[in-house]
Design a protein around this ligand. Structure first.
Ligand code: MG
Length: 367
């Protein structure tokens, strides 16, 4: 059965995709966030023309065909746009078979534990500890990630002494059964990362994310091989050539693909399989509360080599005003330190109609 219509609903940060096939069945997906207005143009120029008129069932072949047709564009934007097609296809399939996505890929609906992920560096160590404690007391969360260094910071701290202070403060304020994770967002040289890594180990941190510039994997490798705690990375990577190298060279202990940067669930599942074959854990990246976290819930709950928890951004409207009111019925509500994957078909979410009606609408259809 052929794909007949691909519609997009776009605001600067978010773009949803609606797919329609010959019998009128539909599904909703989302492209990767940020510069979604640009991504949506790429969708209608480089994705939709190849997808329209194709059979919808065989996702992997369809997506490979598109990438072959666009092989001069092996970068991130085409895959960010592809994520919109892929996630819409999975939603469509779920609605046709009346199954949640997770049930179609070997997993089960229900509870999934989260780690609360801070996106802030401009926050005082005391204030960070304070909001973690509130989440622990009120929502039962018992794993937290905070930021150290500065983003791509060439070794510089956000302000002098902040990293050391926050590592010690979080360890002091949260009890020892609480899991502590940090993210350096490509800040350090290998030598600096090892030094700070020892401070992390002394302060019960179990996960050290992106210690060195991610485009210099040989630096990261030194850190991974030297420290005892888990080093993680891979959130920006979307090219299988890079993934193969990362896996072969054992660059990190924990691999963190982002479902949307990867081009959707289909390619993410393929990567998770490769990781599993090599004995590696997959703890995906999901840094905001748009559809990326919903898709990641289904993904994580289905793979045998899943990490312990779902990344769950704790930033609200002050930091990410654009993620407000995307869905009805808050599919990402925290209950007892986790989230619940619903039994509804597809992704199990309903996109807010007012949001859709107030977005920029574009359609590509089979003539
Ligand atoms: Mg990160």
């Amino acid at each position: 059965m052929k794909i007949t219509k691909l519609e997009t609903f776009t605001k600067p940060f978010v773009s949803f995709v609606k797919i329609t096939i010959e019998d009128g069945s539909t599904g909703f997906g989302q492209m990767s966030t940020y510069h979604a207005d640009i991504t949506s143009q790429i969708f209608h120029k480089q994705i939709a023309p190849w997808a329209l008129g194709q059979n919808w069932q065989d996702f992997e072949n369809l997506e490979n065909l598109i990438l072959e047709k666009e092989h001069k564009f092996p970068g991130s934007y085409v895959l960010r746009a592809m994520a919109g097609l892929d996630t819409a296809l999975w939603d469509l399939k779920g609605k046709i078979f009346n199954l949640p996505v997770v049930s179609m890929i070997g997993g089960q609906t229900g509870y999934l534990k989260i780690y609360a992920s801070s996106m802030k560096r401009d926050i005082l160590p005391k204030s960070e500890a304070q909001r973690f404690k509130i989440l622990q007391d009120e929502k039962g969360v018992n794993a937290f990630k905070f930021r150290i260094g500065s983003e791509c910071g060439k070794g510089k701290d956000e302000w002098d002494g902040r990293s050391e202070e926050i590592v010690k403060t979080i360890n002091k304020e949260l009890d020892s059964s609480t899991l502590k994770l940090v993210d350096a967002n490509s800040c350090y040289s290998a030598e600096q990362a090892i030094e700070i890594g020892k401070l992390l180990e002394d302060n019960q941190v179990v996960h050290f994310e992106e210690p060195c510039p991610y485009w210099e994997p040989e630096q990261t490798k030194i850190v991974t091989d030297t420290l005892k705690l888990d080093v993680s990375g891979g959130e920006q990577d979307c090219d299988f050539r890079i993934w193969k190298e990362m896996i072969k060279n054992k660059i990190v202990n924990i691999y963190q693909p982002d479902v949307m940067y990867m081009g959707g669930l289909t390619r993410s599942l393929k990567l998770a399989k490769m990781l599993n074959k090599s004995g590696f854990i997959c703890t995906p990246h999901a840094a905001n509360l748009s559809l990326v976290t919903v898709c990641t819930m289904h993904f994580l709950k289905s793979i045998p080599n899943a990490g312990k928890y779902l990344e769950y951004s704790i930033e609200g409207s002050d930091y990410y005003p654009w993620q407000k009111d995307l869905f009805y019925n808050h599919p990402l509500k925290i209950t007892d330190g986790g989230v619940i994957i619903s039994d509804e078909p597809g992704w199990g979410v309903e996109i807010n109609k007012e949001w859709l009606n107030s977005s920029k609408y574009t359609i590509s259809e089979l003539s």
